[in-house]
Write a protein that binds this ligand. Structure first.
Ligand SMILES: Cc1ncc(COP(=O)(O)O)c(C=O)c1O
Length: 437
């Protein structure tokens, strides 16, 4: 059976309308300028509605969605339990009120009970609010300036988290940033030795899940050594669990990889799409954080707290990370088999719940990173305009045009509402697209 090919006339018209009144039409990671929508004609730009594992665009095309709003959709769009808790709070209690609701305390208690390295929780709205607060807390606590990053990081868009050559960024914004390749403990130890007594924190994702390259898990023993180095030197270990949080382990991704962070940043999956983020941390940092000037107009609103409580309770009841792992494995095994059937090598990296895909042309020369079978391009490699890259983009475009929403060079997200039937459909579409390449 041949799958229907989408057309996007209304999306294109709406985009032209948006361009007249919104800079770049759709800005940031959800917009076509971001670099993952290649070719842009294969992708819808505006949604009409969403439910479960699907969203519909303004042209009426339905997509099985493997991006989940770039992470927040962990249970499925419009999860009835989360939506009902949020609606009840809005109707009976209210949302944005002069004095906060006690839902805030309920959620903090739940996080302290759930997250292994949490003795307290502080709430905000976006992931970047939590990472910024983590860095400020570390600097205030240690009275040091420098922050160590792993190359290819993304911790949000605050000036400290941007790059020196980005527009609007001045050298002073990033002059205390130090960069180390992922998994390179030797280099990290060297950087610590060269900056003795000056490093406030290491900030890191639990594994390397950057864009445009295969994702990389921590090398054996890596996290234990990083933890010890931070402890021995008095540096704060900040875990950015904004994307991975609650998807690998409800107790935190540090718990999953067998170490304890000092501060841990959550967002995305915490409330299934309601606007909420949190910084959790160890007792030692409580007083420092209490002294910081840090808040926002909507940060203490009650509806997202009610949604977060319902979302975390449901994820716990389901033992959700286990289910996401199983669905992710089933899907990626099926996609790999469909590729192999047609003579292609589809690389799957990262964790199954947040898998990253890269199609390799099995016929290409060995020994060339990003091109050869068996060779991972890794986080440091540049993206080459290789035939394999173009082939990958053609495959992704074919999937999206047939109603399977993937992106070219970003990790994907499994959600609980994704059914076996959705997975089977996705694999059947992949088979058709591989046959047509
Ligand atoms: C690892 C990581 N950290 C921080 C952020 C920033 O979160 P937000 O966009 O909610 O500010 C993101 C967002 O994608 C992320 O993936």
């Amino acid at each position: 059976m041949a799958f229907r090919i989408n057309s996007y006339e209304k999306s294109a018209a709406e985009y032209r309308r948006a361009l007249r009144v919104i800079p770049s039409g759709v800005y940031g990671h959800q917009g076509p300028a971001e670099g993952c929508f290649v070719p842009v004609t294969a992708f819808p730009f505006f949604s009409d509605r969403a439910r479960g594992s699907y969203f519909w665009d303004v042209d009426g095309n339905r997509f099985i969605d493997y991006m989940g709003a770039y992470g927040p959709n962990v249970l499925g769009y419009n999860d009835p339990e989360v939506d009902e808790a949020a609606a009840r709070q809005r109707a009976d209690g209210g949302d944005c009120i002069t004095a906060p609701s006690t839902r805030m305390i309920d959620l903090a208690e739940l996080l302290v009970d759930t997250v292994a390295s949490a003795d307290w929780a502080f709430f905000a709205k976006n992931g970047g609010d939590a990472t910024t607060l983590g860095v400020m807390t570390a600097r205030a606590y240690t009275r040091r300036k420098k922050i160590v990053f792993f190359k290819g990081y993304y911790h949000g868009v605050a000036p400290w988290a941007q790059k020196i050559d980005y527009p609007g960024i001045i050298p002073e914004d990033v002059s205390n940033n130090l960069y180390v390749p992922w998994n390179d403990y030797g280099r990290l130890a060297e950087v610590f030795a060269q900056n003795r007594g000056q490093i406030a924190a290491v900030i890191s994702q639990p594994y390397w899940h950057g864009n445009f390259a295969d994702n990389e898990l921590p090398a054996p023993g890596f996290w234990a050594r990083v933890r010890k180095l931070c402890t021995d030197t008095g540096a704060v270990l900040i875990l950015d669990d904004v994307r991975t949080g609650f998807r690998l382990d409800l107790a935190g991704s540090d718990h999953f990889f067998g170490f304890e962070a000092d501060l841990i940043c959550f967002c995305k999956a915490i409330a299934n799409g309601y606007n909420l983020s949190a910084l959790c941390g160890k007792e030692a940092f409580r007083n420092t954080l209490s002294g910081l000037s840090y808040t926002g107009s909507y940060w203490l609103s009650a509806v997202p707290f009610a949604a977060g409580i319902a979302c975390i309770n449901k994820m716990k009841r389901l033992d959700l990370p286990r289910l996401l792992d199983g669905k992710g494995k089933k899907l990626t095994d099926g996609l790999r088999a469909a590729a192999a059937k047609h003579g292609y090598d589809l690389r799957v990296s990262g964790m199954p719940a947040l898998f990253y895909l890269r199609l390799v042309d099995a016929g290409e020369l060995p020994g060339v990173p990003g091109v050869a079978p068996g060779v991972s391009s890794g986080p440091q490699s540049e993206t080459n305009e290789t035939p394999a890259l173009l082939l990958h983009q053609r495959w992704i475009a074919g999937m999206v045009q047939r109603g399977i929403y993937l992106t070219n060079h970003h990790n994907h997200f499994i959600n609980y509402a994704l059914s076996d039937e959705d997975i089977d459909t996705t694999i059947a579409v992949a088979d058709e697209v591989f046959a047509s390449l």
